[in-house]
Design a protein around this ligand. Structure first.
Ligand SMILES: *Cc1c(COP(=O)(O)O)cnc(C)c1O
Length: 388
């Protein structure tokens, strides 16, 4: 197959585009992970991660994808048979639930329509109906990457507080950290789960847990089997700038550079940029006469937009045409949204022109795939970008 000319436009909602500076940082020779140069690197990245999570507490780094960081959060804080409360916001919430059940937890899974986030009022009701505190953890996905819906975690926290419920709050920020405003300490989150390949602009391979003092105490009584994922040897080794087993050294070189990039732009500016790009994308979708999957104005994801295709048009065939015609990768519909939805990732290392290019690719693809649309979509997006 001939190589397509020009750059590839990667617009799946993770993995995201890796900036050249990060790629160059990772291309350095691997160093001794028990030597002084490594200890300095570890100390720097472990400290640099804290403001990103909005915490003054520890952040553990696992060589893993996000799924591993999910497992670490559960096995370090819970025991076999524990009840946890979770919410069917979409595909990733459903996968996390499946993992929890495989580990021997009992999941109260609140049904959802995959077009809304977590309803804080339902959280309050469910916890109020548990006066003995049998529910040990509330599991929430902050940004549901399969639907483009962002749940309001501060309000979920207020729901726990309103009934004085002692459950731990575990939050998946895998596709929101570094793209969407997030505050581990201020929102009273006990474990925040994240990974490298989405808002952090790195390749896949690093998983993160930010850990509250309450979650650390829970570790002492948690009885789910754990070895590799155990936080305690990690935290002990991290104190001295090391890891209990071989860390993903070159990804940590990249992480140091990615943290510097985020710091140079400033997190508030990073979050504003994502909000603008999300608004411009929705303007395009509505301009085309297509439907945004997310139904609540308060919950539109700053990181990605999921778009419904009209009946009779296959979203996977449309994505195939966009890739072939425009060298642009869009996200697939996942789980029960397969074939009905495509997703435009607009998180990570992206500027206005990059977004406009991706949206132009979508518009060219709509024409090429024979999907009916209004040509004013791209103009509406440019108008939105020009305003800010
Ligand atoms: C991508 C993603 C995951 C899974 O992460 P992997 O790195 O693929 O293991 C989990 N939750 C959310 C919200 C995600 O976006």
């Amino acid at each position: 197959m001939a190589q397509p000319i020009g750059r590839h436009f990667l617009h799946v909602p993770g993995p995201t585009n890796v900036p050249d500076r990060v790629l160059r940082a990772m291309s350095a020779p691997t160093i001794d992970h028990r030597g002084p140069e490594f200890a300095a690197l570890a100390a720097e990245v472990l400290a640099g991660l804290r403001p990103l999570f909005g915490t003054t507490g520890p952040v553990v780094v696992h060589p893993s994808s996000g799924t591993g960081a999910w497992e670490a959060a559960l096995v370090n804080t819970l025991s076999p048979g524990d009840r946890v409360l979770a919410f069917e916001t979409g595909h990733f919430a459903a996968l996390w639930r499946e993992m929890a059940e495989k580990l021997g937890l009992r999941v109260d899974f609140v049904p959802g329509d995959w077009r809304h986030g977590i309803d804080p009022e339902v959280v309050r009701e469910r916890l109020a109906a548990d006066p003995d505190g049998e529910i040990r953890a509330v599991c929430a996905v902050h940004n549901e990457t399969s639907t483009g819906v962002t749940s309001r975690i501060a309000e979920v926290r207020r729901a726990l507080d309103a009934v004085g419920h002692p459950a731990l709050l575990l939050v998946d920020t895998i596709s929101s950290l570094g793209s969407v405003d997030y505050r581990h300490d201020e929102w009273g989150v006990d474990v925040t789960i994240a990974c490298s390949q989405k808002g952090l602009m790195l390749p896949p391979g690093l998983g993160f847990n930010a850990i509250s003092a309450k979650a650390l105490r829970a570790t002492e009584s948690a009885r789910l089997p754990r070895s590799y994922w155990d936080w305690r040897p990690q935290l002990a080794a991290n104190e001295r700038g090391f890891f209990p087993s071989t860390p993903a050294t070159n990804l940590l070189f990249g992480l140091r550079e990615a943290l510097a990039l985020l710091d140079e732009e400033g997190l508030p500016a990073v979050f504003r940029r994502h909000l603008r790009h999300a608004a411009a994308t929705r303007a395009a979708v509505r301009g085309w006469g297509l439907e945004v999957l997310c139904l609540d104005e308060r919950e539109h994801s700053p990181a990605l937009t999921a778009v419904l295709l009209p009946d009779g048009h296959d979203a996977d065939e449309f994505r195939r045409v966009v890739l072939e015609r425009c060298n642009t990768s869009l996200g697939a519909g996942l789980g029960k949204l397969a074939g009905r939805v495509f997703r435009i990732g607009h998180l990570g290392h992206l500027n206005d022109v990059g977004l406009a290019a991706a949206l132009s690719g979508v518009q060219l693809g709509l024409a090429a795939a024979g999907v009916p649309f209004d040509e004013r979509g791209i103009t509406a997006a440019l108008a939105e970008l020009g305003e800010a």
